[in-house]
Design a protein. Structure first.
Length: 395
Protein backbone atom coordinates (compact mmCIF):
# COMPACT_ATOMS: atom_id res chain seq x y z
CA UNK A 1 0.00 0.00 0.00
CA UNK A 2 3.09 2.26 0.06
CA UNK A 3 2.50 5.54 -1.67
CA UNK A 4 -0.90 4.50 -2.89
CA UNK A 5 -4.24 6.22 -2.61
CA UNK A 6 -7.62 4.54 -2.48
CA UNK A 7 -10.01 4.85 -5.41
CA UNK A 8 -11.98 7.97 -4.46
CA UNK A 9 -15.07 7.01 -6.44
CA UNK A 10 -17.90 7.30 -3.93
CA UNK A 11 -19.99 4.09 -3.78
CA UNK A 12 -23.76 4.21 -3.80
CA UNK A 13 -23.94 3.31 -0.10
CA UNK A 14 -21.66 6.24 0.70
CA UNK A 15 -23.87 8.62 -1.29
CA UNK A 16 -26.89 7.31 0.58
CA UNK A 17 -25.20 7.91 3.95
CA UNK A 18 -24.18 11.45 3.02
CA UNK A 19 -27.64 12.27 1.64
CA UNK A 20 -29.32 10.92 4.76
CA UNK A 21 -27.00 12.91 7.02
CA UNK A 22 -27.60 16.11 5.04
CA UNK A 23 -31.37 15.59 5.12
CA UNK A 24 -31.28 14.97 8.89
CA UNK A 25 -29.17 18.09 9.43
CA UNK A 26 -31.44 20.32 7.35
CA UNK A 27 -34.57 18.93 9.04
CA UNK A 28 -33.10 19.45 12.50
CA UNK A 29 -31.99 23.01 11.73
CA UNK A 30 -35.39 23.80 10.20
CA UNK A 31 -37.29 22.53 13.23
CA UNK A 32 -34.97 24.32 15.62
CA UNK A 33 -35.18 27.53 13.61
CA UNK A 34 -38.97 27.53 13.71
CA UNK A 35 -38.95 26.87 17.46
CA UNK A 36 -36.36 29.60 18.06
CA UNK A 37 -38.39 32.07 15.98
CA UNK A 38 -41.54 31.31 17.95
CA UNK A 39 -39.67 31.60 21.24
CA UNK A 40 -38.13 34.92 20.19
CA UNK A 41 -41.58 36.25 19.34
CA UNK A 42 -42.89 35.31 22.77
CA UNK A 43 -39.78 36.74 24.41
CA UNK A 44 -40.22 40.09 22.62
CA UNK A 45 -43.79 40.42 23.91
CA UNK A 46 -42.65 39.44 27.39
CA UNK A 47 -39.95 42.08 27.34
CA UNK A 48 -42.42 44.87 26.63
CA UNK A 49 -44.93 43.63 29.20
CA UNK A 50 -42.36 43.03 31.92
CA UNK A 51 -40.89 46.50 31.45
CA UNK A 52 -44.33 47.98 32.06
CA UNK A 53 -45.31 45.72 34.94
CA UNK A 54 -42.05 45.85 36.88
CA UNK A 55 -41.36 49.60 36.62
CA UNK A 56 -42.75 50.50 40.09
CA UNK A 57 -40.65 47.78 41.74
CA UNK A 58 -37.25 49.16 40.63
CA UNK A 59 -35.48 52.15 42.05
CA UNK A 60 -33.23 54.45 40.03
CA UNK A 61 -30.35 52.09 40.79
CA UNK A 62 -30.93 48.58 39.43
CA UNK A 63 -31.22 46.13 42.36
CA UNK A 64 -29.44 42.79 42.40
CA UNK A 65 -29.94 39.50 44.14
CA UNK A 66 -27.58 38.45 46.90
CA UNK A 67 -26.61 34.75 47.31
CA UNK A 68 -29.36 34.31 49.89
CA UNK A 69 -32.03 35.48 47.48
CA UNK A 70 -32.74 38.91 49.00
CA UNK A 71 -32.40 42.06 46.96
CA UNK A 72 -29.05 43.78 47.43
CA UNK A 73 -29.08 47.39 46.27
CA UNK A 74 -25.41 47.91 47.11
CA UNK A 75 -23.50 45.08 45.38
CA UNK A 76 -23.39 43.81 41.83
CA UNK A 77 -25.90 41.28 40.51
CA UNK A 78 -24.88 37.78 41.59
CA UNK A 79 -27.73 35.93 39.93
CA UNK A 80 -29.51 38.48 37.73
CA UNK A 81 -28.17 39.35 34.30
CA UNK A 82 -29.42 42.36 32.34
CA UNK A 83 -30.51 41.14 28.93
CA UNK A 84 -32.47 44.04 27.46
CA UNK A 85 -33.01 47.72 27.88
CA UNK A 86 -30.51 50.55 28.03
CA UNK A 87 -27.72 51.04 30.56
CA UNK A 88 -28.98 54.48 31.58
CA UNK A 89 -29.93 54.32 35.27
CA UNK A 90 -32.95 56.49 34.56
CA UNK A 91 -34.55 53.67 32.60
CA UNK A 92 -36.73 51.64 34.95
CA UNK A 93 -38.35 48.26 34.52
CA UNK A 94 -35.51 46.71 32.52
CA UNK A 95 -35.73 43.01 31.71
CA UNK A 96 -33.42 40.74 33.67
CA UNK A 97 -32.38 37.08 33.39
CA UNK A 98 -34.86 35.24 35.62
CA UNK A 99 -34.14 31.55 34.99
CA UNK A 100 -33.34 29.58 38.13
CA UNK A 101 -33.60 32.51 40.55
CA UNK A 102 -36.00 32.34 43.48
CA UNK A 103 -36.76 34.00 46.75
CA UNK A 104 -39.21 33.49 49.57
CA UNK A 105 -38.45 36.82 51.19
CA UNK A 106 -41.32 39.29 51.44
CA UNK A 107 -38.97 42.10 50.46
CA UNK A 108 -38.38 40.48 47.06
CA UNK A 109 -41.97 40.52 45.85
CA UNK A 110 -41.00 40.48 42.19
CA UNK A 111 -39.46 36.99 42.48
CA UNK A 112 -41.52 35.68 45.37
CA UNK A 113 -43.27 32.87 43.49
CA UNK A 114 -40.52 32.02 40.99
CA UNK A 115 -39.85 28.32 40.52
CA UNK A 116 -36.66 27.49 38.59
CA UNK A 117 -38.31 24.48 36.94
CA UNK A 118 -41.53 26.10 35.72
CA UNK A 119 -42.13 27.73 32.36
CA UNK A 120 -43.74 30.88 33.78
CA UNK A 121 -43.15 33.42 36.48
CA UNK A 122 -45.67 35.51 38.38
CA UNK A 123 -44.91 39.20 38.83
CA UNK A 124 -46.92 41.80 40.76
CA UNK A 125 -49.11 43.71 38.33
CA UNK A 126 -49.67 47.43 38.62
CA UNK A 127 -52.89 46.86 36.72
CA UNK A 128 -54.32 45.27 39.88
CA UNK A 129 -52.14 46.96 42.48
CA UNK A 130 -54.95 47.55 44.90
CA UNK A 131 -56.29 44.01 44.71
CA UNK A 132 -53.08 41.99 44.73
CA UNK A 133 -53.61 40.56 41.26
CA UNK A 134 -50.73 39.03 39.31
CA UNK A 135 -49.74 38.64 35.67
CA UNK A 136 -48.00 35.54 34.31
CA UNK A 137 -45.09 35.85 31.85
CA UNK A 138 -43.03 33.27 29.98
CA UNK A 139 -39.52 32.82 31.29
CA UNK A 140 -36.75 34.24 29.12
CA UNK A 141 -34.08 31.73 28.20
CA UNK A 142 -30.43 32.71 27.93
CA UNK A 143 -27.27 30.93 26.80
CA UNK A 144 -24.21 30.90 29.04
CA UNK A 145 -23.34 34.59 29.55
CA UNK A 146 -19.80 34.24 30.94
CA UNK A 147 -16.74 35.72 29.28
CA UNK A 148 -14.45 33.54 27.17
CA UNK A 149 -11.57 32.74 29.54
CA UNK A 150 -11.03 28.97 29.03
CA UNK A 151 -9.51 27.77 25.77
CA UNK A 152 -9.25 24.17 27.02
CA UNK A 153 -10.92 22.65 30.08
CA UNK A 154 -11.14 19.19 31.58
CA UNK A 155 -13.10 16.86 29.27
CA UNK A 156 -14.16 13.25 29.78
CA UNK A 157 -15.30 11.52 26.60
CA UNK A 158 -16.66 8.16 25.58
CA UNK A 159 -16.92 7.94 21.79
CA UNK A 160 -17.60 5.38 19.08
CA UNK A 161 -16.72 5.50 15.38
CA UNK A 162 -18.29 2.32 13.96
CA UNK A 163 -16.44 0.48 11.19
CA UNK A 164 -17.98 -1.21 8.18
CA UNK A 165 -16.19 -3.52 5.79
CA UNK A 166 -12.56 -2.44 5.53
CA UNK A 167 -13.20 0.95 7.15
CA UNK A 168 -11.44 2.09 10.28
CA UNK A 169 -13.45 2.03 13.53
CA UNK A 170 -12.48 3.28 16.99
CA UNK A 171 -14.02 3.05 20.45
CA UNK A 172 -12.38 5.56 22.81
CA UNK A 173 -12.41 6.47 26.48
CA UNK A 174 -10.54 9.72 27.18
CA UNK A 175 -9.85 12.20 29.95
CA UNK A 176 -7.79 15.28 29.07
CA UNK A 177 -4.94 16.66 31.20
CA UNK A 178 -6.51 20.10 31.68
CA UNK A 179 -7.88 21.97 34.70
CA UNK A 180 -11.55 22.55 35.40
CA UNK A 181 -13.03 25.90 34.38
CA UNK A 182 -11.96 29.02 36.24
CA UNK A 183 -8.78 30.88 37.05
CA UNK A 184 -5.90 29.13 38.81
CA UNK A 185 -2.80 26.97 38.36
CA UNK A 186 -2.21 23.29 38.79
CA UNK A 187 -0.94 19.92 37.58
CA UNK A 188 -3.33 17.51 35.88
CA UNK A 189 -3.32 13.89 34.73
CA UNK A 190 -4.98 12.49 31.62
CA UNK A 191 -5.42 9.21 29.82
CA UNK A 192 -6.94 7.70 26.70
CA UNK A 193 -7.75 4.11 25.68
CA UNK A 194 -8.49 3.46 21.99
CA UNK A 195 -9.84 0.09 20.83
CA UNK A 196 -9.31 -0.27 17.08
CA UNK A 197 -11.21 -2.23 14.45
CA UNK A 198 -9.53 -2.42 11.02
CA UNK A 199 -8.51 -1.34 8.54
CA UNK A 200 -7.58 -4.46 6.60
CA UNK A 201 -4.79 -2.69 4.67
CA UNK A 202 -2.63 -1.98 7.77
CA UNK A 203 -1.81 -4.32 10.64
CA UNK A 204 -2.54 -1.91 13.45
CA UNK A 205 -2.68 -3.13 17.05
CA UNK A 206 -6.03 -3.76 18.69
CA UNK A 207 -5.36 -1.13 21.37
CA UNK A 208 -3.55 2.20 21.61
CA UNK A 209 -2.97 4.16 24.81
CA UNK A 210 -2.12 7.69 25.91
CA UNK A 211 -1.00 8.86 29.34
CA UNK A 212 -0.46 12.55 30.05
CA UNK A 213 0.71 14.88 32.77
CA UNK A 214 0.30 18.61 32.28
CA UNK A 215 0.47 21.96 33.98
CA UNK A 216 -2.11 24.65 33.22
CA UNK A 217 -2.33 28.27 34.29
CA UNK A 218 -5.24 30.66 33.82
CA UNK A 219 -5.29 34.20 35.09
CA UNK A 220 -6.45 37.75 34.61
CA UNK A 221 -3.88 40.49 34.11
CA UNK A 222 -6.48 43.26 34.11
CA UNK A 223 -10.20 43.78 33.72
CA UNK A 224 -9.78 43.57 29.97
CA UNK A 225 -7.07 40.91 29.54
CA UNK A 226 -6.84 37.26 30.60
CA UNK A 227 -4.90 34.19 29.47
CA UNK A 228 -4.96 30.38 29.32
CA UNK A 229 -1.66 28.49 28.98
CA UNK A 230 -0.77 24.81 29.30
CA UNK A 231 2.08 22.39 28.60
CA UNK A 232 2.09 18.60 28.95
CA UNK A 233 4.16 15.50 28.39
CA UNK A 234 2.30 12.59 26.80
CA UNK A 235 3.25 9.02 25.99
CA UNK A 236 1.26 7.58 23.06
CA UNK A 237 1.92 3.91 22.31
CA UNK A 238 0.64 0.35 22.26
CA UNK A 239 3.42 -0.43 24.81
CA UNK A 240 4.37 -3.65 23.01
CA UNK A 241 7.90 -2.39 22.45
CA UNK A 242 9.81 0.80 23.05
CA UNK A 243 7.58 3.86 23.44
CA UNK A 244 10.42 6.32 22.82
CA UNK A 245 8.98 7.59 19.52
CA UNK A 246 5.60 8.13 21.20
CA UNK A 247 6.72 10.85 23.62
CA UNK A 248 5.28 14.29 22.78
CA UNK A 249 5.16 17.75 24.37
CA UNK A 250 1.91 19.49 23.34
CA UNK A 251 0.88 22.85 24.73
CA UNK A 252 -1.00 26.05 24.04
CA UNK A 253 -1.16 29.69 25.01
CA UNK A 254 -4.20 31.87 24.36
CA UNK A 255 -4.71 35.51 25.30
CA UNK A 256 -8.23 36.94 25.64
CA UNK A 257 -9.05 40.62 25.17
CA UNK A 258 -12.39 41.52 26.74
CA UNK A 259 -13.19 44.67 24.79
CA UNK A 260 -16.82 44.83 25.95
CA UNK A 261 -19.04 42.72 28.24
CA UNK A 262 -20.42 41.09 25.06
CA UNK A 263 -17.25 40.61 22.96
CA UNK A 264 -14.01 38.72 23.63
CA UNK A 265 -11.15 38.50 21.12
CA UNK A 266 -8.88 35.44 21.31
CA UNK A 267 -5.35 35.08 19.90
CA UNK A 268 -2.65 32.49 20.52
CA UNK A 269 -0.93 29.28 19.37
CA UNK A 270 -1.74 25.59 19.85
CA UNK A 271 1.28 23.28 19.60
CA UNK A 272 -0.13 19.80 18.86
CA UNK A 273 3.20 18.01 18.28
CA UNK A 274 1.67 15.53 15.82
CA UNK A 275 3.28 14.10 12.70
CA UNK A 276 0.62 15.59 10.40
CA UNK A 277 -0.03 18.94 12.11
CA UNK A 278 2.58 20.45 14.39
CA UNK A 279 1.17 23.89 15.08
CA UNK A 280 -2.14 25.74 14.70
CA UNK A 281 -3.01 29.39 15.31
CA UNK A 282 -5.68 30.24 17.87
CA UNK A 283 -7.70 33.12 16.51
CA UNK A 284 -11.29 34.30 16.67
CA UNK A 285 -13.87 35.90 18.91
CA UNK A 286 -16.68 35.07 21.33
CA UNK A 287 -19.94 37.01 21.19
CA UNK A 288 -22.71 36.79 23.82
CA UNK A 289 -24.98 39.79 23.91
CA UNK A 290 -28.24 41.23 25.20
CA UNK A 291 -29.41 41.43 21.58
CA UNK A 292 -29.40 37.61 21.15
CA UNK A 293 -29.60 36.25 24.72
CA UNK A 294 -30.38 32.69 23.62
CA UNK A 295 -27.34 32.32 21.32
CA UNK A 296 -23.62 32.28 22.16
CA UNK A 297 -20.98 32.48 19.39
CA UNK A 298 -17.56 31.06 20.28
CA UNK A 299 -16.03 31.37 16.80
CA UNK A 300 -12.47 30.55 17.86
CA UNK A 301 -10.32 28.49 15.47
CA UNK A 302 -9.48 25.61 15.74
CA UNK A 303 -12.32 24.87 18.20
CA UNK A 304 -15.38 26.85 17.05
CA UNK A 305 -18.73 26.38 18.76
CA UNK A 306 -22.16 27.99 18.52
CA UNK A 307 -24.54 27.40 21.42
CA UNK A 308 -28.33 27.79 21.49
CA UNK A 309 -30.46 27.94 24.65
CA UNK A 310 -33.52 25.66 24.76
CA UNK A 311 -36.48 25.49 27.16
CA UNK A 312 -35.90 23.68 30.42
CA UNK A 313 -32.32 24.90 30.82
CA UNK A 314 -31.01 22.66 28.03
CA UNK A 315 -28.57 23.63 25.28
CA UNK A 316 -27.99 22.70 21.64
CA UNK A 317 -24.65 23.37 19.96
CA UNK A 318 -22.82 23.04 16.66
CA UNK A 319 -19.04 22.63 16.88
CA UNK A 320 -16.00 21.85 14.77
CA UNK A 321 -13.05 19.78 16.00
CA UNK A 322 -9.82 18.17 14.81
CA UNK A 323 -9.65 14.50 15.78
CA UNK A 324 -6.93 11.89 15.91
CA UNK A 325 -3.33 11.76 17.11
CA UNK A 326 0.07 10.11 16.72
CA UNK A 327 1.16 6.82 18.37
CA UNK A 328 4.25 4.61 18.45
CA UNK A 329 3.39 0.93 17.80
CA UNK A 330 4.92 -2.40 16.87
CA UNK A 331 4.01 -4.31 13.68
CA UNK A 332 3.42 -8.09 13.85
CA UNK A 333 6.87 -8.55 12.25
CA UNK A 334 8.44 -6.86 15.28
CA UNK A 335 9.32 -3.69 13.39
CA UNK A 336 8.33 -0.47 15.15
CA UNK A 337 6.66 2.41 13.37
CA UNK A 338 4.64 5.55 14.15
CA UNK A 339 1.04 5.90 12.97
CA UNK A 340 -0.99 9.11 12.72
CA UNK A 341 -4.76 9.20 12.40
CA UNK A 342 -6.59 12.40 11.44
CA UNK A 343 -10.18 13.46 10.88
CA UNK A 344 -12.19 16.68 10.81
CA UNK A 345 -15.44 16.69 12.79
CA UNK A 346 -18.71 18.57 12.48
CA UNK A 347 -20.57 17.94 15.73
CA UNK A 348 -24.21 18.46 16.68
CA UNK A 349 -24.71 18.28 20.43
CA UNK A 350 -27.40 18.43 23.09
CA UNK A 351 -26.54 19.20 26.71
CA UNK A 352 -28.31 19.59 30.03
CA UNK A 353 -26.44 22.72 31.01
CA UNK A 354 -23.85 23.17 33.72
CA UNK A 355 -24.45 21.13 36.87
CA UNK A 356 -22.35 19.69 39.69
CA UNK A 357 -20.54 17.38 37.25
CA UNK A 358 -20.07 20.07 34.60
CA UNK A 359 -21.73 20.32 31.20
CA UNK A 360 -22.85 16.86 30.05
CA UNK A 361 -23.51 16.46 26.33
CA UNK A 362 -24.36 13.86 23.76
CA UNK A 363 -22.89 14.62 20.33
CA UNK A 364 -23.38 13.17 16.86
CA UNK A 365 -20.60 13.96 14.42
CA UNK A 366 -19.88 13.77 10.71
CA UNK A 367 -16.21 12.86 10.15
CA UNK A 368 -14.45 13.72 6.87
CA UNK A 369 -10.88 14.09 5.60
CA UNK A 370 -9.98 10.85 7.42
CA UNK A 371 -6.43 9.61 6.87
CA UNK A 372 -3.90 7.12 8.27
CA UNK A 373 -0.15 7.66 7.80
CA UNK A 374 2.88 5.50 8.69
CA UNK A 375 6.04 7.50 9.33
CA UNK A 376 8.82 4.98 8.60
CA UNK A 377 6.98 3.02 5.91
CA UNK A 378 6.23 6.31 4.14
CA UNK A 379 2.73 5.13 3.28
CA UNK A 380 -0.77 6.42 3.81
CA UNK A 381 -4.39 5.39 3.47
CA UNK A 382 -7.37 7.63 2.77
CA UNK A 383 -10.48 6.51 4.64
CA UNK A 384 -14.14 6.99 3.85
CA UNK A 385 -16.25 9.52 5.72
CA UNK A 386 -17.93 8.24 8.86
CA UNK A 387 -20.42 9.10 11.59
CA UNK A 388 -19.50 9.17 15.29
CA UNK A 389 -21.44 9.40 18.52
CA UNK A 390 -19.88 10.50 21.80
CA UNK A 391 -20.78 11.43 25.36
CA UNK A 392 -18.81 14.38 26.72
CA UNK A 393 -18.53 16.01 30.14
CA UNK A 394 -16.80 19.41 30.26
CA UNK A 395 -15.84 20.51 33.76
Amino acid sequence: MAGCVEDKTIPRSELTMRSAFLAFFLLFVGLFGSQAAAHESVSSEARVLLERLSAPFYSQQQPSVAPGGAIDTEGSAAELQLISGGRDSSQQGRLVQIDGVGSTGEENALFQNLDGETEEVEVPSILFEGTGGRARLPKIRQSEPFRYTNYRSKENTFGVIPEKGDRFGITSLESTAYSTSGYGNGFNLGYAFHFLSGPQQIDLPARLYQFSMGYQSRGRMSEYLSYDGAVAITVNSDFEGSAREGVFLPGHFAGMLHVTPEMDWVLGVDYLHRDDIKLLPIVGFSYHSDWMPNVRWDLVFPRPKVQFALPGGHMFHVAGRLGGGTWDFELPSGVEDVVTYRDYRLLLGFSRGRGKEGIQSIEVGYLFGRKLELRDANSFLDLSDAVAIQFVTIK
